[in-house]
Design a protein around this ligand. Structure first.
Ligand SMILES: [Ca+2]
Length: 206
């Protein structure tokens, strides 16, 4: 009899405890999900990069063509493969096309076919920045197509300028974009007026 009584007692509280427990489980689950979405580090694809702007040029994978990115800041400091750090500008790598895409690991050739150069602006100097491309070495007589992107890093990564550029022949230099930053780092003005950044002597014959 006592056993039956115990069972009856348990059954009488069962629906209420079940309801409480399920509600608690539900709230806990919702809380965990919201914490996951509130935590910015859990967001997919987040880049923890200490920079204000990223300027990149990419051209087709596996090409042997060598394109160089030249960037000048408002006080006249210029980065390129000749000088990878200038003021608050930094070039991460001189990509020379296929030439430096192959490395040897354990005696085997491993190819990283991506053709890309990246310049970061690590601190804001108000004024005009100039972004140029120079076609350093052409692998074939066809024009090479390049894609230039300017991305603002803070407060969230945002593409502020994109342009496809065709470089017709070796030794061509083109101004892709000139943009002016205000003292908060926001873009005030944009133009594409040509400005030479390379020190190479101009070919007298044109
Ligand atoms: Ca290059």
């Amino acid at each position: 009899m006592s056993r039956r009584r115990q069972r009856r007692q348990y059954r009488s509280t069962d629906p209420f405890i079940d309801l409480l427990f399920n509600a608690l489980l539900g709230f806990t689950f919702l809380f965990l999900v919201s914490v996951m979405f509130m935590n910015p580090d859990a967001r997919k694809g987040r880049i923890n990069l200490k920079a204000e702007y990223i300027i990149s040029v990419t051209w087709a994978d596996y090409l042997s063509d060598d394109i160089d990115l030249w960037v000048q800041d408002p006080i006249g400091d210029t980065v390129s493969y000749l000088r990878k750090d200038a003021g608050w500008l930094h070039l991460d790598r001189d990509d020379r096309g296929e030439v430096n895409d192959t490395i040897i690991i354990d005696g085997k050739e491993v190819v990283y076919p991506i053709n890309q150069e990246v310049v970061t602006i690590r601190g804001i100097i108000p004024g005009e920045y100039t972004v140029n491309l120079y076609y350093y070495a052409a692998a074939d007589p066809l024009p090479v197509q390049a894609l230039v992107k300017v991305e603002k890093v803070n407060p969230t990564l945002q593409t502020v300028y994109v342009r496809k550029v065709a470089l017709p022949q070796q030794d061509d230099e083109q101004t892709v974009v000139r943009f002016t930053l205000d003292n908060t780092g926001a873009i005030e003005a944009i133009n594409q007026l040509p400005k030479r950044l390379t020190p190479y002597a101009l070919d007298a014959g044109g």
